[in-house]
Design a protein around this ligand. Structure first.
Ligand SMILES: Nc1nc2c(c(=O)[nH]1)N[C@H]1C(S)=C(S)[C@@H](COP(=O)(O)O)O[C@H]1N2
Ligand SMILES: [Mo]
Length: 307
């Protein structure tokens, strides 16, 4: 099924370009015109009355020019269309696949003239809901894990961040994607990566900022490191626990996105899944915080001995 997606993507791109009848003819908004397409251009792109409405604005201190698009203009970016399947985990955590057809976010940013100094990308819905990714989080390699349900990373495929105008939750077959509002979709960095919360629905703006995002606070531990009674449970803590994942190791190695997850569920869903780490023998817990919108925390090291 996953092998077919490449072919389907290809056919989609060909199909869309035939439908819109504009192969090689870019209809992106002229940045010089204050981000607004000339009326005649909008009408031409729209094809029918009413669909020339601006659906997306790319703006902010991190781009050279504010850029606005109507849906037809997005669909006519034939060199930047993609149809993909995405593996996801939400805050419950429930594992699901999503499919989507849309335009590459990287291309939208490039067309707005993203600056070297750009640091964060905030995607905001018409209702104000938003998600921020650091530039690194958007640019780094992200994957679809086709064997996510089995907990295996086997067959991981790199997938791009897109703004999808056709999408479907709970499907892995691209033909199931149906028309809707613009939705942000992007790959997972690791199999516990909660991407769903950042799959902003009804996207209206992408704001690129040069402001540094900062770093997540380090993990805290209770009781404090040192000598403890055998069987003591170490509780890890973080002020933004429901917005981040704490990854940890017990073998002295540096934790990363592939390490054990301390908080697989958000506290408001299944708090019982967040279990203290038992100290049955001398152990060193190393923990890192990874979450959207800020850089990874420093690694915290907690060393325990048993009495
Ligand atoms: N505009 C908007 N997008 C949103 C949200 C929202 O409240 N508003 N919720 C997010 C969260 S927390 C999740 S888990 C998913 C839920 O997506 P679904 O409704 O398709 O299951 O959408 C994300 N995108
Ligand atoms: Mo969620």
């Amino acid at each position: 099924m996953f092998k077919k997606i490449g072919l389907i993507t290809f056919l989609l791109v060909i199909g869309l370009s035939l439908l819109t009848g504009c192969q090689g003819q870019k209809r992106e908004v002229n940045p010089a015109s204050a981000g607004r397409a000339p009326e005649s251009q909008v009408n031409q792109a729209a094809g029918k009355a009413g669909s020339g409405e601006v659906v997306l604005t790319v703006k902010g201190s991190g781009v050279e020019h504010e850029t606005k698009y109507n849906l037809d203009e997005l669909k006519s970016m034939t060199d930047a269309l993609a149809g993909e399947c995405y593996s996801t985990v939400n805050n419950w955590p429930a594992k699901k696949f999503f499919v989507g057809k849309g335009v590459l976010v990287s291309q939208l940013l490039r067309k707005a003239g993203i600056k070297d100094e750009a640091r964060t990308i905030t995607v905001t819905a018409a209702d104000g809901y938003n998600a921020t990714l650091t530039r690194e989080q958007l640019d780094e390699k992200r994957y679809c894990f086709p064997n996510l349900q089995k907990g295996s990373a086997e067959g991981a495929r790199e997938v791009p961040a897109i703004l999808a105008w056709e999408h479907q939750e709970g499907a892995s077959d691209l033909s199931k994607a149906v028309g809707g509002n613009l939705r942000l979709l992007f790959g997972q960095k690791g199999m516990n990566d909660v991407v769903t919360a950042a799959y902003v629905k009804d996207v209206a703006t992408i704001e690129v900022s040069t402001a540094p995002p900062g770093r997540w606070d380090v993990v805290g531990a209770e009781p404090a490191p040192g000598k403890v009674k055998r069987g003591t449970g170490v509780v890890l803590s973080h002020p933004g626990l429901d917005r981040v994942k704490i990854y940890y190791t017990l073998d002295g190695s540096t934790p990363d996105i592939k390490s054990l997850v301390y908080n697989p569920s958000a506290t408001y869903f299944q708090p019982d899944l967040i279990k203290p780490i038992p100290v049955d023998k001398p152990v060193t817990i190393k923990a890192i915080v990874i979450g959207y919108g800020k850089h990874d925390s420093q690694v915290a090291t907690f060393k325990y001995d048993v009495e």
